[in-house]
Write a protein that binds this ligand. Structure first.
Ligand code: HEM
Length: 155
């Protein structure tokens, strides 16, 4: 069971963080450099609609498998090593940021694109860009802490 929990944990972390990396570092500058506002906003509306289906799976599976591993490997929370505490704390900030994006600017972006209100759409896209950028940084820190922590990165 531990091996299944671990592989689900890491695979869905990779999908979440890797997806944000691709969106922010690759697709964002290319779309900004090649598409006019309406096409760009329509593209992002559809990209996020598909991507967020996977993030919802990650948001459920990563913490579930994380707690499973934490309690199985180290028993009660007080015995968890520092890298797991850091991962745990940052993970919940990431979840809250994702929920904020999904229920606030993404909802506005969807409505704006569907009614061709490009100005509101561009504003929402800007907010999503900032929040996803922040979550990408947190996600990369979590991956560094998680993978290095086991081997003493945090002392
Ligand atoms: C409630 C949230 C979370 C909990 C309780 C949790 C817990 C754990 C535990 C107990 C391990 C095994 C640690 C060890 O081998 O010493 C682990 C590994 C790992 N976690 Fe998390 N985690 C959480 C969220 C996340 C998130 C959000 C990410 C990535 C964005 C992540 C990425 C990883 C990675 C990459 C490993 C593999 C480390 C390795 O095997 O070298 N975790 N996690």
């Amino acid at each position: 069971m531990l091996s299944i929990a671990s592989l689900l944990h890491v695979v869905f972390s990779v999908i979440w963080v890797g997806g944000m990396f691709f969106a922010w570092m690759i697709l964002r500058p290319v779309a900004a450099g090649t598409l006019e506002a309406p096409e760009r906003l329509m593209l992002w509306r559809r990209v996020f609609a598909k991507f967020f289906v996977w993030i919802w799976k990650a948001v459920v599976l990563v913490p579930l498998t994380g707690y499973w591993m934490g309690f199985t490997m180290y028993s009660q929370m007080a015995h968890w090593p520092t890298h797991v505490h850091v991962m745990h704390g940052l993970a919940w900030i990431m979840v809250v940021i994702f929920l904020a994006v999904f229920f606030l600017p993404f909802r506005t972006l969807r409505a704006a694109v569907d009614t061709q209100d490009w100005e509101t759409g561009a504003r929402s896209l800007g907010q999503i860009r900032q929040l996803v950028g922040l979550n990408l940084i947190l996600g990369l820190i979590v991956v560094i802490v998680a993978s290095g922590g086991r081997f003493g990165l945090l002392g």
